[in-house]
Design a protein around this ligand. Structure first.
Ligand SMILES: *Cc1c(COP(=O)(O)O)cnc(C)c1O
Length: 391
């Protein structure tokens, strides 16, 4: 039996996981079905009619997502971008305006700029770590303040409680992309955000074997948001169809069960690497919120329980050094994505963030991004140092 009173690690393992009533399966079956037999027309057994509208394996994941983020409802999608798109469709209309961070994830920037821009939704980019800049950027037609903290890939920290207050003064919906921290380290809804989005492809899935996304809606304020907003997002999902498959939902649920222990080890390994790499002559700056001289360290220490597994390095030798480094590691695999048990190195300006070249969200060419995995930290250190020695 799990209740809202259970603590995070317990919820992550048990929420939504109801043993099968007939067989007692401790792990619920993967419901590989597109449709459900009806006992007479409209006689649905579990409320399920067709798997675009709902599937028991997806429901199990959605209950788990709501529980670990402390939300009113979780809604599981085919990808992180599908989740973001459905949320935006539910909350903005032509003529509205959306504020996004100036170093927002490239795919989010592209979604807002090209897909929603074409649908008549305006956007502007702003440094969400600077409250005065955010306040100055709000327009009468602004509806949404979008935040990523830590940000991808510049690892900027934005103050969630302060942004929540600012957003609500202007009647904006505060959306936090919690992909980098995960709810094991940071719970935006508890800090005042209205909605959390995830690429569950990353830490929640945790094993680089599934693409998925989620929207978790908070409990609402002043009678707005909460279950009503969740219904609007569910409607978009049902009508537009970007659902996660039963097998993908199962893999994500399985990943979430070990999230807390993984995030602990990701954070420990990243802290060791960050502290060591600040001394390397090839590294101009280590961007990691766990370092005391990171500009967001204080805010991060307040709103995160640990600092996570993502580090970016600004290499002294610029673009050539960054490219050479990214192609010289052995344990760190050169690949897009992040958050898996295996360490990855990414060159954002030509890989994950290539789509924002030439825009305000462009990433400097001297930056490399590390997703620090769960391997032995000495192997990781040796690998990074031998690659830095080559640049
Ligand atoms: C990967 C990522 C996304 C997009 O998610 P997909 O699952 O790739 O669609 C959104 N936000 C952040 C921060 C990401 O890292």
């Amino acid at each position: 039996m799990t209740t809202q009173q259970n603590r995070f690690d317990t919820l992550a393992i048990h929420a939504g996981q109801h043993p099968d009533p007939t067989t007692g399966d401790a792990i619920p079956a993967i419901h590989v079905t597109s449709t459900y037999t009806q006992d007479g027309i409209g006689g649905l057994r579990g409320g399920y009619e067709y798997s675009r509208g709902g599937n028991p394996t997806r429901t199990a994941l959605e209950e788990q997502l709501a529980a670990i983020e402390g939300g009113a409802a979780g809604i599981s999608f085919a990808s992180g971008l599908a989740a973001e798109d459905a949320l935006l469709r539910a909350v903005v209309s032509p003529g509205d305006h959306v504020l996004v961070p100036n170093d927002v994830y490239g795919g989010t920037h592209r979604l807002v700029r090209t897909i929603h821009g074409k649908a008549g939704v305006a956007h502007s980019t702003v440094d969400t770590a600077d409250l005065d800049a955010v306040r100055a950027a709000v327009r009468p037609e602004s509806r949404v303040l979008w935040v990523e903290t830590p940000s991808n890939p510049l690892m900027k920290i934005s103050d969630i409680p302060a942004l929540a207050q600012l957003a609500h003064e202007h009647d904006l919906l505060l959306v936090v992309d919690n992909t980098f921290a995960s709810p094991a380290l940071q719970r935006p809804l508890d800090l005042g955000a209205d909605v959390v989005v995830h690429s569950t492809t990353k830490y929640l899935g945790g094993h680089s074997d599934v693409v998925g996304g989620a929207v978790v809606v908070g409990h609402g304020r002043d009678g707005k948001g909460g279950e009503e907003l969740a219904e609007q997002v569910r409607y978009v999902q049902f009508a537009a169809g970007a659902v996660s498959s039963p097998f993908d939902a199962f893999l994500t649920t399985r990943g979430i069960k070990t999230l807390a222990v993984r995030m602990q080890r990701h954070s420990e390994n990243a802290q060791v690497l960050a502290e060591r790499l600040v001394h390397h002559p090839a590294v101009a700056r280590v961007l990691y919120p766990g370092l005391p001289d990171h500009p967001g360290h204080k805010v991060a220490a307040h709103q995160m329980s640990r600092f996570g597994g993502m580090i970016s390095l600004d290499l002294a030798g610029g673009e050539a050094a960054a490219r050479a480094f990214a192609e010289s590691t052995h344990v760190f695999l050169l690949a897009e994505s992040l958050g898996g048990v295996e360490s990855l190195v990414n060159y954002p300006s030509a890989m994950t963030h290539a789509s924002v070249r030439g825009t305000e969200a462009e990433v400097p060419p001297s930056i490399v991004r590390l997703s620090v995995g769960l391997e032995d930290v000495t192997d990781l250190l040796e690998d990074v140092e031998q690659a830095l020695d080559r640049v």
